[in-house]
Design a protein around this ligand. Sequence first.
Ligand code: SF4
Length: 299
Amino acid sequence: MFFIDQLEIEKRIRVMRREFEKFGISDELRGYSWDSPPVEPINNKTLSVSDFIRICPTMRDLYLKYVEKLRLKPNVFMLSGLAYHEVISKTIFEIKKILYQESIDGAKLIELMLSNLEIPVNVCKKLDIDAENCIKLYKFLVIQTAAQIDRVLSKFPFASVESVISKALPPIVERQIDGSLVGLSSNLSVDIFTPYNVIADLKSGEEREQNFLTLAGYALALEADESTDVNFGFIIYLRFGKFVQFKIKHSLISDELRRQFLELRDEALDLIESEKDPGKAESCPKYCGFYGVCNETDS
Ligand code: SF4
């Protein structure tokens, strides 16, 4: 996700660092304390981080998914989110591949990549969604990277390919981690801004406070899997209007956020183990993936 303004990121990290110095984070709420409460899961069931987005007020979605084993019908927001993630990772991969094959400037990269829109078109075709936003995102990524490449080459004309890539693409890596020690999936995929071990989560749906719970989940899982400290997180909201826009929200992965996540996790794990249907919510958002199951007559 190299589109994030580096200076903006640095500024926000400074803000969060000050909060961290003031409030700290308790060791007993770190993921590496997975062998004792409150981090230790109450049973051996596992959840996915997306379960914490909290669409269903009664958690019936989790009952249907884990007890009844029903498949969630992905809504348009989920499919779009998947598509944007895929377009970003495939575009970055393709840019790297081209740069390793030949030494080119930004203009040549634009010429090569914008003459072929296969990446965004194929991603959207596979998910059966409109390709307009994916194409916008693809073009944006290519043009931003091309500008960065030219900036690097004008300052360091003899830079090696490795050096151009590391300077033109920001240090955000996708990492596979095992979250099972903290009651999450054993195969989580998380974006990390490496110099500071900051979790970054890209979202295309509505802005909600609950989204920060997913940051806590990823942080706990990474701390448990790699015995490291994770203090900060970003949620990057992707918006499409006339232009592609990224709205950044940040949060210290504080004790309070960790407690909220752990309480919700234990409530969900308990519900799954009990196998009891919690009943339908009073009102159901139409975009819930189980809307058709719980509201058969209205669907
Ligand atoms: S349709 Fe309603 S009750 Fe069913 S899972 Fe979704 S929000 Fe919950």
